[in-house]
Write a protein that binds this ligand. Structure first.
Ligand code: MG
Length: 455
């Protein structure tokens, strides 16, 4: 019999295979728990393009109505747009039916709190307690609201982005762009943004019917068609979003994928030239960020992995830019969340105002080689192995904020048990691809030996 994959519950929400671990009953229960946690008020309900989205959205709306909340459907929209709207409309929160970059048979729920921020770890724990205990505050029939709808909700988000960009400078450059929306929610707004910025744009994978033309993680192996189209179209650059449009990867004018971590480096490089201030990134982001911050004499705040951790640090320290090395750029002037649309605006403004090619802008960051890998390992062993490694490397320059990061003068390695899967993630960065690979392989070997010796 086929093994059923369990529901994944983490700080970043709930994910499962539809019809197996993710059913309408489960979705309604989570929505009732969330409604109980938030209390009565407006809650936005959005979705990505997956075919199961409508079914789960209806279950979410029922669960919210039952607890006296007023759900407002905003339809298929990028997740940063829904975060933005939650704050703009001063809603109590939002639920988004999405499984980000997972395959189409998966779906999930993301929970957004007041102010349009993801729930912090302690808030998630409080909300999950309500879910597990099943103590929902169901209201009587006369207190059940009528669900509302909001059409063209994305326009507010676009207006905000356009209000912060040098629109005329960008329009005058008439940049040629090819964009791959990965059949995701980004296709609802990116065409309009590029039109407003005067780009000559060509789009691929904009159909919202729920069929993904390729896996939606914007990593080089998934961007082959985009790279070809950039060359054919003679484009200045290629843009690739993931299915919920919080991440952005770039392809240069020669049709070469730059790698997701360069999106953040380019955004930080450009923004610090406009405005000085702290930068916040997670522990796994490239050393290029430290170089840029040193050049502009501003501090870098390193946080645990997880978007909300970066966002909280940014708000606390007044960071002017931040994000994650997976193509997640956070420009707090728009809204403190990873946003592929805001990132697109920044990159286009950089190319237009510096009047340089994307390959030239990216060249200075090509000296670093960031490698990402993983190894299978049951969660409990993974945690014990990392504890042992911390002990062994305690005299080195280490951070134990999240797993173990060891830094040397021109390289680092970050080893971290995954919160959602039985794997250990390993990242290494150095000035040569060979050395980064060697760092990863050596630590994999060491971890295997440690695990073998564990009592
Ligand atoms: Mg995403």
């Amino acid at each position: 019999m086929k093994k059923r994959l369990p529901l994944k519950v983490s700080v970043s929400g709930v994910r499962g295979v539809v019809g197996e671990s993710l059913t309408p009953q489960i979705a309604a229960r989570f929505a009732s728990a969330f409604g109980t946690y938030l209390g009565p008020g407006q809650v936005l309900v959005g979705q990505d393009t997956r075919p199961s989205g409508n079914m789960l959205k209806k279950a979410v709306i029922s669960g919210l109505l039952a607890t006296g909340c007023q759900p407002v459907e905003v339809g298929i929209l990028p997740i940063p747009t829904i975060l933005f709207l939650t704050r703009e409309k001063q809603a109590r929160g939002a639920v988004v039916v999405t499984a980000s970059h997972n395959p189409p048979e998966w779906n999930g729920l993301k929970f957004i709190g007041p102010e349009g921020l993801y729930l912090s770890r302690s808030r998630v724990e409080e909300f999950l307690d309500i879910f597990h205990q099943g103590e929902f505050t169901f209201v009587a029939a006369e207190r059940i609201k009528t669900p509302g709808q909001e059409k063209n909700a994305g326009q507010h988000h676009l207006n905000k982005i356009l209000s912060r960009l040098k629109v005329r400078t960008i329009r005058n450059r008439r940049l040629r762009v090819v964009a791959d929306c990965a059949n995701g929610a980004g296709a609802t707004l990116l065409p309009q943004l590029l039109r407003e910025l005067g780009c000559e744009a060509m789009f691929i994978n904009t159909d919202l019917g729920g069929d993904f033309a390729h896996q939606s993680e914007p990593v080089p192996e998934n961007l082959k068609e985009l790279c070809c189209r950039v060359r054919e179209f003679g484009a200045d650059l290629g843009l690739a979003q993931d299915a919920d449009a919080d991440r952005l990867a770039l392809v240069d004018e020669r049709g070469r994928p730059l790698g997701e971590d360069l999106t953040l480096a380019l955004a930080v490089s450009y923004l610090l030239g406009q405005k000085r201030g702290p930068v916040a990134v997670n522990l796994s982001a490239s050393m290029a960020i430290d170089d840029l911050a040193a050049r502009h004499r501003v501090p870098v705040i390193r946080t645990r992995i997880g978007e909300i951790n970066v966002v909280e640090a940014m708000l606390e320290r007044g960071a002017v830019i931040g994000g994650e090395g997976n193509g997640g750029v956070i420009w707090p002037e728009i809204h403190p969340c990873r946003d592929s649309l805001a990132a697109t605006g920044l990159v286009l403004e950089m190319l237009a105002s510096r009047r340089e090619k994307l390959s030239t802008a990216a060249a200075e960051f090509k000296k670093y080689h960031l490698l990402k890998d993983k190894m299978d390992c049951p969660a409990e062993l993974a945690f014990r192995a990392v504890v042992e490694l911390r002990h062994r490397y305690q005299s080195e320059n280490i951070s134990t904020l999240d797993g173990l990061k060891i830094s040397w003068s021109d390289s680092w390695v970050h080893i971290r048990p995954s919160n959602t899967e039985p794997i250990i993630r390993l990242l290494a960065e150095s000035r040569s691809p060979l050395r980064s690979r060697r760092l990863i392989e050596n630590f994999k070997k060491e971890i295997k030996v440690i695990i073998r010796k564990l009592p």
